[in-house]
Design a protein around this ligand. Structure first.
Ligand SMILES: [Cu+2]
Length: 279
């Protein structure tokens, strides 16, 4: 009976979610109500954990509503003019203490499992470092030639057809598909937060501290994120644009990026020349 009710709730919530427009495409859409589609193992688990919680919440709300209705209908002054003087009932008190504890434990176990799963990966194939600045992100690719670049918002008047307003950057973070990537997140000035909803990644970028998480995107495409920690005037204007490509395309992009972008360990001024005494 309970299994049947849970299945029914599941079906209802799934049906309601399928009515919400914009659940099928990779890019966020105006008035989107539900999550962006999951493209990493972490986000898939976040989405199904959310569905599980929704069922628990609906069941608890319906149960409390039912109790309230019973009280209103059966125990109002007219229906029940002589109320009982009961003030204690050990069994009921034990039940209303133990059952919520069991529900919370039932939520906590999968919650902690997911938290540790999202926390870090042992066998990352490459590393990308994202650094938050007021107000843009810069990226470092230590395993692919140690180059670095900045990614700034494309202003409205420079948007090309197909580019999303406030979400497109001049340089995209390019990553290979089906590759475990360690993400190191930090900041240079104030606290920012690196968040890409369809990856299930949201991590604070704290000056003087490096936070670690990971991602493995299973579908090629372009995904968008934003700084998610109030960081000053232009907080809303430092988006994250990630392009997920095949491993071959990524190798080609790396070769190009090594020419195009600066190396981290290469000084921008020629130190030897600068040390020469001027005549
Ligand atoms: Cu920020």
């Amino acid at each position: 009976m309970r299994a049947k009710a849970l299945t029914l709730l599941w079906a209802i919530s799934a049906a309601l979610m399928s009515l919400v427009p914009g659940t099928a495409s990779a890019a966020p859409e105006p008035w989107q109500m539900h999550f962006q589609p999951a493209v990493t193992p972490v986000m898939e688990q976040v989405t199904s954990f959310h569905h599980f919680l929704l069922i628990v919440i609906v069941a608890i709300t319906a149960f409390v509503m039912l109790l309230l209705l019973i009280v209103i209908v059966r125990f109002n002054e007219r229906a029940n003019p002589v109320p009982s003087k009961t003030s204690h009932n050990t069994l009921v008190e034990v039940v209303w203490t133990v059952v919520p504890v069991l529900i919370l434990v039932g939520i906590a176990i999968p919650s902690f499992k997911l938290m540790y799963f999202a926390d870090r990966t042992e066998d990352a194939e490459m590393t990308i470092k994202a650094i938050g600045h007021q107000w843009y992100w810069s990226y470092e690719y230590p395993d692919n030639g140690n180059f670095t670049f900045d990614a700034l918002l494309v202003p409205d008047e420079e948007l090309k057809p197909g580019q999303l307003r406030l979400l497109e950057t001049d340089n995209r973070v390019v990553i290979p598909v089906n590759t475990k990537i360690r993400l190191l997140i930090t900041a240079s000035d104030v606290i920012h937060s690196f968040a890409v909803p369809s990856f299930g990644v949201k991590l604070d970028a704290v000056p003087g501290k490096t936070n670690e998480t990971w991602t493995e995107v299973t579908q090629e495409g372009v995904y968008y994120g934003q700084c998610s920690e109030l960081c000053g005037d232009n907080h809303a204007y430092m988006p994250i644009t990630v392009e997920v490509v095949s491993k071959e395309k990524f190798a080609a992009w790396v070769a190009e990026a090594q020419q195009k972008f600066a190396r981290i360990d290469e000084p921008s001024v020629d130190l030897a020349a600068a040390a020469q005494p001027a005549n």
